[in-house]
Ligand binder design. Structure first.
Ligand SMILES: [Zn+2]
Ligand SMILES: [Zn+2]
Length: 351
């Protein structure tokens, strides 16, 4: 074992504070990574504050699952990476590798997935610690190659926000000539816009705030609709092939279902705290469908990163030193960030 520097919360109500955590010595299949940047995902905030009853938080908690860094050391059996490589780690660091989900490449649905933080640690006991740290050791099967042309601070959020929005667009075949809607322009939504645009679709952003119009266009939308304006909404009735719903506050789903063409799909990547109400007739008339989507498997995450390399896609980030993480959490809760915080881990190394 060796010590890594990290920022942890000691309880649901504690602020982040510097600490030391144990990382394992790399086994023969492991890759040791010097973390360069880690994005702040909204899930980190929920988990740090123990807001998910299904996944109670074990303290101390070191969040962070949007990790990019450089390989410093590899185990003797590692074949795909060598010291110096630019790599990424997302929401998972291990799974059984043998169940139907793993064999299909959707390790996020394996019954024994080890998540990057707050998940039982098979090697050291206790729970796993995430990317708010200067280093991490991960099985090579869960390490991804990061294209060297990408800005690393902006590449970090691809590991969660990127794959979460890319995966359903690929599953539902978003392609050239289609019309795609993105509901909500935040960390997830702005990635959805970039992917839909790069896949060749005509992209429409739905937002409740007219102030976001300009920014939506800058990020890549062709059109922006203020969803509170019923007339504007009606103009798009029956015209969308696919709508990505990235809003985790309550909103009217029926209004969006009416915008889908025959056979169109709306996929949720955000979950409001209270259940959606839904008029089934909207789905019946037109064989429309509703879906959910959770991150993506390792193979698809690599495909997404390669796609980002080809198309020059990164998240829009505000880079912060780790000493500002508490402030950043308050701002995440106010949606006061365009559109993701990325922690520069040089600030931790120099502490
Ligand atoms: Zn996340
Ligand atoms: Zn499995």
């Amino acid at each position: 074992m060796f010590d890594a520097k990290a920022y942890a919360v000691a309880s649901a109500s504690s602020p982040f504070a510097p600490t030391k955590i144990a990382r394992r010595e790399p086994t023969e299949h492991d890759v040791q990574i010097e973390i360069l940047f880690c994005g702040i995902c909204h899930s980190d905030v929920h988990q740090a504050r123990n807001e998910w009853s299904a996944m109670p938080t074990v303290y101390p908690c070191v969040p962070g699952h949007e990790i990019v860094g450089r390989v410093t050391r590899v185990g003797s059996a590692v074949s795909r990476f060598k010291a110096g490589d630019l790599v990424g780690v997302g929401c998972m660091v291990d799974s059984d590798g043998t169940c139907p989900a793993c064999r299909e490449g959707v390790e996020q649905f394996c019954a024994s997935t080890t998540f990057t933080y707050n998940s039982p640690d098979k090697h050291l006991g206790g729970v796993t610690y995430g990317g708010y740290s200067d280093g991490i050791v991960v099985d090579e099967r869960f390490v991804l190659s990061v294209p060297s042309n990408l800005d690393l601070a902006g590449a970090a959020p691809l590991l969660c926000a990127g794959i979460t929005t890319y995966s359903p667009m690929r599953r539902f075949g978003v392609t050239k000539g289609q019309k795609v809607g993105v509901v909500g322009l935040g960390g997830l939504g702005h990635m959805g816009v970039k992917f839909a645009r790069a896949l060749g679709a005509h992209v429409v952003v739905f937002t409740t705030s007219p102030r976001k119009k300009e920014d939506a266009l800058r990020v890549g939308a062709h059109e922006v609709v203020v969803s509170r304006n019923a007339d504007e909404m009606r103009k798009h009735a029956g015209s969308f092939d696919f709508i990505l719903d990235a809003v985790s506050a309550e909103h009217d789903i029926d209004a969006y279902i009416q915008l889908l063409r025959r056979g169109g799909n709306l996929t949720f990547v955000g979950a409001p705290p209270t259940p959606h109400r839904l008029d089934a007739f909207g789905l019946l008339f037109g064989n429309r469908s509703l879906s959910g989507s959770l991150i993506g498997g390792i193979r698809e995450t690599q495909e997404m990163l390669d796609f980002c390399g080809t198309h020059g896609i990164t998240a829009d980030v505000e880079v912060i030193p780790i000493q500002k993480v508490n402030e950043a959490y308050e701002r995440v809760l106010r949606s006061d960030v365009k559109y993701r915080f990325s922690i520069d881990m040089a600030s931790l190394r120099s502490e």
